[in-house]
Design a protein around this ligand. Structure first.
Ligand code: FE2
Ligand code: FE2
Length: 240
């Protein structure tokens, strides 16, 4: 800061040596810029101090959505390679939904003056479809009814309505994901073969809502069941 001021003073004396009127105009403009700059700086600091828990939770959720999206894309590729085309389709739709969640959390963070950090996706494990689905069911979707209420409770007192709304939307969409793969309970060989025959015999359509990540196999009659936006906010996810 001191260096910046010294530089500005050098400029000021340099311009003064040429034109007093121009130097005065320049000094006023610079002062104005400094003031508005520091004012906007204070505003962004104030926002960060008003929503510290909201920002922490959004950062955590953003990272977990990016990881979940990437994980489901990898799982979809594996499923396709193993010939489970309909399972690959379901996983692709779930990945698209996680991308919606990641995008909305990132947008709220940006509005709060915080840039989402780079997420480490290299550590994501790849396995066979049977194990991938078991992991998705037991580890990931098994945690949603514990984690989401805890996150919502943490940020409630700060009252950031958009963050509260989007996190509640994401929780509802995660429940849909769980329902989509609820047939996978034990991951035993016998059960997995039943699951495969179920998926093979059911032609799949998947639609994802671009606002809340709602993931459905049939379009609702009217609005989205989660965010209540019109059906135009849904897009059909093509088979990979
Ligand atoms: Fe999600
Ligand atoms: Fe999910």
């Amino acid at each position: 800061m001191q260096d910046d001021l010294s530089t500005l003073l050098v400029y000021y004396h340099f311009i003064m040596g040429r034109s007093r009127a121009y130097a005065t105009l320049w000094a006023y403009s610079t002062l104005l810029l400094l003031l508005t700059g520091s004012l906007s700086l204070h505003a962004s600091e104030l926002i960060k101090h008003t929503y510290p828990e909201t920002i922490t939770v959004l950062k955590l959720l953003y990272a977990s959505e990016v990881k979940a999206g990437f994980r489901y894309k990898v799982y979809a590729q594996t499923a396709k390679q193993e010939g489970h085309d309909n399972i690959a389709h379901m996983l692709t739709a779930m990945a698209a939904s996680e991308d919606v969640h990641a995008r909305s959390f990132k947008a709220i963070l940006r509005a709060l003056g915080v840039e989402a950090e780079q997420v480490d996706i290299d550590s994501i494990k790849r396995s066979r479809t049977k194990d991938n689905l078991r992991y998705a069911t037991e580890v990931e979707l098994g945690e949603i009814d514990r984690d989401y209420p805890a996150y919502l409770k943490r940020i409630k007192v700060e009252g950031h309505s958009e963050a509260i709304k989007q996190i509640a939307y994401a929780w509802q969409a995660e429940k849909q994901h769980r329902d989509l793969i609820k047939e996978i309970e034990s991951g035993t060989g016998m059960f997995f073969s039943m699951l495969l025959s179920y998926f093979r015999s059911n032609p799949s359509h998947y639609y994802v809502n671009d606002v809340c990540g709602s993931t459905v196999t049939e379009l609702p009659d009217h609005n989205c069941p989660i965010c209540h936006n019109p059906l135009t906010t849904f897009r059909e996810i093509p088979k990979p």
